[in-house]
Write a protein that binds this ligand. Structure first.
Ligand code: SF4
Length: 327
């Protein structure tokens, strides 16, 4: 089966319907044995040091994807750096399709983008509904795993992150993904409740460092909400047959207003005490921190990551002091 790589969550139903294997290139990058080397490789061919590391990682991750058919680059709604990335990939004779989430959230504009992607992959809009229904069964199980995190207190922050973030491509095989998820859920259900005092909300793009969740759990606290990762599961559109509306409800690619509404609802529902806002070095989304801190109404700690690896000692100290202030 040929693979379709993509730069951020896209309507994955279309890729599965067209009988391709979806590959979220971000996941290939961070799960590599040596992700730092991937960043170095991109810088060695000329990617600037002061450009977001995810873009460089995505570029280099491509060399680990066999049987690649093409790339879907999200050029509006995610990251303007992707435009330049696509230009570079075209130089390497990689076929690239540009997909946009229209800033206006206009239904017809988005429908047009989805129809164009369907044509590119050779499927019709009506064909993808069956796959959407299959995926929704799995998404429902992911929503249950999320509930086991914040309601039953039986899931670690890292597990919650990993399962939800993986729903962007269902690891390329949604049947296998569902089997593994079923096993995970039955293991989790048998656990005792975690008893940490502080309930933490994590907002912003997924972290590039791998030990953030574990570190927080050493401080009598646990992440019970992962904002963007939950959005990747399309949890708010389960059971909806309208694929266009589903991807209109997805808050991540649109304005901050929609994200803030979602975050505030989740903070209230999950009784979150403190929020960690993650920003990626050199990312435009860092500017949004000004509004987030003003609007949320709960204490917010903003941390920044750059290269993959573990938390640096300064960030550890900041997280420790932040939680300590409320002990
Ligand atoms: S973290 Fe920001 S700059 Fe980096 S790829 Fe994502 S949106 Fe673009």
């Amino acid at each position: 089966m040929k693979k379709i790589g993509f730069t951020t969550s896209v309507p994955v139903e279309i890729i599965f319907s067209a009988k391709f294997k979806p590959v979220d290139l971000n996941n290939i990058f961070v799960s590599n044995n040596n992700p730092l080397q991937l960043v170095d490789n991109a810088e060695n061919i000329g990617f600037p040091r002061n450009i977001c590391t995810w873009i460089k990682g995505i570029y280099s991750a491509l060399s680990y994807v066999e049987d690649l058919h093409s790339i879907i680059g999200v050029v509006e709604g995610d990251c303007s750096n992707t435009r330049a990335l696509i230009e570079v990939l075209k130089l390497k004779d990689i076929e690239c399709f540009s997909f946009s989430y229209p800033n206006s959230k206009n239904y017809d504009f988005l429908k047009n983008e989805i129809i164009n992607l369907c044509s590119f992959l050779g499927v019709s809009l009506s064909e993808i509904i069956n796959v959407k229904r299959n995926l929704d069964v799995i998404r429902k199980k992911l929503a249950y795993l999320d509930e086991l995190t914040w309601k039953s207190n039986k899931v670690t922050g890292w597990e919650n992150h990993l399962w939800q973030v993986s729903s962007s491509d269902f690891n390329g095989d949604y049947n296998l993904f569902e089997e593994k998820l079923d096993d995970m859920i039955s293991t989790i259900e048998k656990r005792d409740e975690f008893k940490q005092k502080f309930r933490i909300g994590y907002i912003g793009v997924p972290p590039i460092m791998c030990d953030l969740y574990d570190f927080i759990e050493t401080l009598n606290a646990r992440v019970v909400y992962n904002e963007v990762q939950r959005q990747f599961t399309m949890a708010d559109s389960i059971g909806m047959d309208d694929i266009v509306e589903t991807y209109r409800q997805f808050t991540y690619p649109y304005d901050l207003h929609g994200r803030l509404k979602d975050i505030k609802e989740q903070i209230k529902k999950r009784e979150i005490d403190l929020v960690v806002h993650y920003t990626q070095a050199f990312c435009f989304r860092g500017i949004e921190d000004i509004i987030i801190r003003k609007e949320l109404g709960v204490p917010v700690l903003t941390i920044e990551g750059d290269r993959p690896g573990n938390l640096d000692s300064r960030t550890k100290l900041r997280i420790e002091s932040f939680i300590d202030m409320f002990s």
